[in-house]
Design a binder for this molecule. Structure first.
Ligand SMILES: [Zn+2]
Length: 324
């Protein structure tokens, strides 16, 4: 099977690349997305150009590329043709599939949500290889997830499956970006960790993060957190463990519901803290998991920043196979 062009569209930048069926990435073309985010047509023009540029970079004639896989930062309609909302791009009901296919005649364009694409990537090319079912949880600036059942990504009746980040864990807890309160995302994402650190500092605890961030604790990055944890900073460790505790609680709940073969934890915070974060979350999860599912392995993701791009490519390959 020939290669596809995959595009990972984020809120600030997009990455387009030619990807082979075995996951080899032959080219990478970056472009900013934020400066055009208020004008969907202009950004779609640029994505179409990037797809061609990616093929040229890989020295593949564009005619030999059969399909384009695109992952997008937001939910889609049931037919996965229209991006319903992409808050980081300011998009509402943009018919991305039809618009890109019009710009790229003869190519099929397949869409997937970015987090679900990353879960698909981990399943087929990363930590989940060889497993029939798995839960993936990404903990970073937000919290998202994906569920694989019987070897395929599970989308649910309305395309909404996998939203583990908005599982409510604390009634009346902190406000979440989704408008509800006490969601996993509000308890475990990077902003939550920054909040835990700030609260500790307000109570008089000292942390090297105050120096690293020159007092602006809310500007915390996953890397800053990892540096502080590696330096045995008590405030940083406490904050990171709180994040991991809620992640573990949510994982335990979902494992009891779907009994997967594997759980994969990824995302900026988990990847920066590595196995330490997985161990903390895993310990809490195992306490929640009922005995018949207790042996489920809980592991760190393997694909890092490439998960979305590879997942977008797999989305395109899967469609090509469907046609065969
Ligand atoms: Zn929420």
């Amino acid at each position: 099977m020939g290669p596809v062009v995959a595009i990972d569209l984020g809120g600030t930048k997009a990455l387009a690349g030619v990807v082979e069926a075995d996951g080899t990435v032959r080219s990478r073309v970056w472009l900013p997305s934020r400066d055009l985010s208020d004008r969907p047509a202009a950004l779609l023009d640029r994505l179409a150009d990037a797809a061609k540029a990616a093929a040229a970079d890989a020295q593949r004639p564009f005619e030999t590329i059969s399909s384009i896989g695109l992952c997008v930062p937001g939910p889609m309609d049931g037919s996965r043709s229209v991006v319903c909302r992409a808050p980081n791009l300011g998009w509402v009901n943009v018919p991305v599939r039809a618009e890109l296919e019009r710009r790229l005649p003869g190519k099929s364009v397949l869409l997937e949500n970015d987090v679900r694409a990353a879960a698909l990537g981990e399943h087929r090319l990363g930590a989940g290889r060889g497993y029939r079912s798995m839960l993936t949880v990404f903990v970073g600036s937000g919290v998202g997830g994906g569920v694989v059942v019987d070897g395929a990504l599970y989308h649910g009746a309305h395309g909404g499956a996998g939203e583990i980040g908005h599982m409510v864990l604390v009634t009346g807890g902190p406000r979440c970006g989704c408008g509800r309160a006490g969601c996993l995302e509000a308890m475990a994402a990077r902003t939550a960790v920054a909040r835990y650190v700030s609260e500790d500092v307000a109570r008089g605890h000292r942390t090297i993060l105050s120096e690293i961030l020159r007092g602006d604790l809310l500007a915390l990055t996953s890397r800053d957190l990892a540096v502080a944890v590696a330096n045995s900073d008590a405030v940083a460790i406490r904050a990171a463990r709180r994040s991991a505790r809620y992640t573990g609680l949510a994982i335990g709940n979902v494992v009891n519901l779907i009994d997967p073969d594997l759980v994969v934890i990824g995302g900026g915070i988990a990847e920066a803290l590595g196995q330490t974060y997985v161990n903390w979350a895993g310990e809490i999860a195992q306490r929640q998991i009922l005995s018949n599912a207790r042996d489920v392995p809980i592991v760190l993701s393997q694909l890092g920043d490439d998960a979305g791009l590879l997942g977008a490519a797999l989305t395109a390959f899967d469609d090509t196979r469907d046609l065969c």
